[in-house]
Write a protein that binds this ligand. Structure first.
Ligand code: HEM
Length: 421
């Protein structure tokens, strides 16, 4: 791995700090990203003893995402920090692979996530959403994250996977520990849940990952013996030209599916509803014209950008935006910045539910790793807005949102909301 002290990096313009958690205390530092977008070429961001090239414009995020042979997901994984080689290997999942491994794995699971297959679950999503909204309306007020935004995606994914209702509290508990593992305040002991693996080798350094692996394996065994109409059955049966998921591939996928759609969709639901409460005239437009539900969902995704960045590592020397990049350097795509790029979006700081041209990068910049769960996340958001509109539900904020102190997720821990009579 390069030290980052290479000529290009030494001479390049320096980035303002966009990695310290404190910079995110009051929200995404959009002004700093605007400054970076306005700087010609790429800017170099010091990070630890090394650094990374910050990619902040929409067009260059597209280019990096769509050239995986130059910008690798496997060489150094997709987070800012590095992992030791054994940990990287043990923790490797779909998101940290390149072709041909990635192509093979993705082909095996893609079928379960096509729009056609996801649409089959609309009724389930609608009934979970309706129940949570009715409970919130009955209560009249509460923490929106705890009451609706967090339970909605986890209940949906557990139902789709085929986790029996009686186990869902346990899985929610595990999933919460994983979310906690992304902060600097994890609370689990290394041997929790009977874990004997070095936590360094587990996703999020968390013994909850061990528990989730074990659970996923047991459920997979059951479904192999007695197939049901659910995603776990589709995964254990997934086959292509005689090719099948290997056991460790299956358990890593089960893990990523339980986790990946949780924190992210929760964040979109929270920021989306906060934006609609803060811009009641925009929500009124949706109430008056239901054809605006889908563009409103796309605007919520652009506005909230739940995943702020992903990293790649160069496989050899290359050039981007006129800047020379050495092999083995980190390149970080800031989706939060691409989604405010004034070269692509008219009036990018406005929340506009009727935005017509909205090629946002909330699910990534395209290319092979584009979010696998994008159709499912969209379905959840569309159904949420439809069910809110059916109930004529208007919400207002009754206090400040508490943010997750993170440069990776645009998360909100809690936000008090009340039903407007
Ligand atoms: C609003 C909600 C969501 C957002 C904003 C989001 C965002 C993202 C982003 C930015 C990536 C990386 C794209 C790239 O590197 O090019 C990604 C990948 C992924 N997402 Fe999502 N996601 C969401 C919901 C979901 C859901 C509901 C699931 C599954 C149930 C899911 C599963 C995955 C998986 C498996 C990958 C890795 C795909 C690959 O490497 O081929 N996501 N997502």
């Amino acid at each position: 791995m390069s030290t980052g002290a290479g000529n290009g990096a030494a001479l390049a313009p320096r980035s303002p700090d966009v990695t310290s958690s404190s910079v995110y205390a009051d929200g995404v530092p959009y002004d700093r990203f605007a400054e970076m977008r306005a700087t010609p070429g790429l800017v170099w961001h010091p990070y630890g003893e090394d650094g990374f090239w910050a990619v902040t414009r929409h067009e260059e995020i597209r280019l990096v995402s769509r050239q995986p042979e130059i910008y690798s997901s496997a060489v150094g994984h997709t987070n800012l920090w590095d992992l030791e080689a054994d940990a990287l290997e043990a923790r490797r999942s779909l998101i940290d692979t390149d072709a041909p491994d990635h192509t093979r794995l993705r082909r095996l699971v893609a079928r379960a996530f096509t729009p056609k297959n996801i649409r089959r679950w609309e009724h389930t999503v609608r009934s979970i959403t309706g129940q949570l909204l009715d409970e919130f309306i009955d209560a009249g007020e509460g923490d929106w994250v705890e009451s609706v935004a967090a339970p909605l995606p986890i209940r949906v994914i557990l139902t789709l996977l085929g986790v029996p209702v009686e186990d869902s509290a346990y899985l929610v508990e595990l999933s919460n520990h994983l979310v906690e593992g992304t902060t600097d305040r994890p609370t689990l002991a290394a041997d929790a849940y009977g874990n004997t693996t070095d936590p360094r080798l587990l996703p999020f350094n968390s013994p909850a990952s061990h528990a989730l692996f074990t659970y996923g394996e047991q459920l997979g065994d059951q479904r192999r013996a007695e197939p049901q109409d659910d995603l776990v059955t589709m995964l254990v049966q997934a086959a292509d030209d005689g090719d099948r998921l290997r056991p460790e591939e299956y358990r890593n996928l089960f893990h990523i599916l339980v986790f990946a759609g949780n924190e992210t969709t929760r964040t979109a639901i929270t920021h989306g509803v906060m934006a609609l409460a803060d811009h009641p005239e925009q929500w009124q437009r949706v109430l008056d014209d239901r054809s605006l539900v889908e563009p409103a969902v796309e605007e919520i995704l652009r506005w909230s950008t739940p995943v702020l960045h992903m990293r790649r590592t160069t496989t050899g020397p290359t050039e981007l935006a006129g800047t020379a990049i050495e092999g083995g350097q980190k390149v970080v795509m800031w989706y939060a910045s691409g989604n405010r790029d004034e070269a692509v979006f008219d009036d990018p700081t406005a929340f506009d539910v009727g935005r017509v041209d909205n090629p946002h990068q909330a699910f990534g910049g395209g290319g092979p790793h584009l979010c696998l769960g994008a159709f499912l996340a969209r379905l959840e958001l569309i159904v949420l807005l439809q069910e809110m509109a059916d109930r004529g539900l208007r919400l207002r904020r009754t206090g400040d949102a508490v943010r997750v102190p993170s440069n990776f997720v645009n998360g909100v821990l809690s936000v008090p909301m009340a039903v407007v009579a």
